[in-house]
Design a protein around this ligand. Sequence first.
Ligand code: HPA
Length: 234
Amino acid sequence: MTIHIGAAPGDIAETVLLPGDPYRAKWAAETFLDDARLVNEVRGMLGYTGTWNGHPVTIQGSGMGMPSLSIYTNELIRNFGAKTLIRIGSCGGMLAKVNIRDVIIAMTATTVGSPSDSIMREVNFAPCADWGLLHAAAHAAEILDVGVHVGGIYSSDTFYDERADLNEQMVRHNILGVEMEAAELYTLAARYDARALAVLTVSDHLQTGEAVPSDERERSFGDMVEIALKAAFA
Ligand code: HPA
């Protein structure tokens, strides 16, 4: 048991999927896992552990933004021994070639600031995905009837971003999409020798203003869970 995760030792699997939304954790656990049981409800940040094809898996909400994800990831790795952590979430499309409903598999996550800045200071650390997970996820995604992109994303601290010039620089540097968590996940995985990946569905587009209707989101979320589970146990 930690400050933010009320699970008993052994209640958390070595493989953890991290949706931002705790209700997505509940839905994914009930839909994809066998024998899913609630292992955490501290602050309503629901976490479930069950099995997928016989493999133990935990699906734990991370909350929104790097400070929140950092708390759960630190405790999952350092206190509960998590070894493979895959973020499953949504992102905003940035490039014209990226369409809403597409899947982005994040090879790198650029950020302006993360909770790890306090130790990185002047260093521009390059947060990157685990190669084995990235490769397996790209392969798993190929069979889906959606566009798949593998490349760099931007982990922002601001959903309502007023720095249009910053987004322009991201686009200039071929950043596929924007979300708010992956850079800190990748940095913590590097620090504590865990494997990490972010698999994202493009829920809206910064250039076109298009957005996936809410009644369609569950379906695209299911694709991500499937990709993440296949990658974790490839
Ligand atoms: N910005 C940041 N995070 C996001 C977005 C966005 O446009 N869409 C989904 N997550």
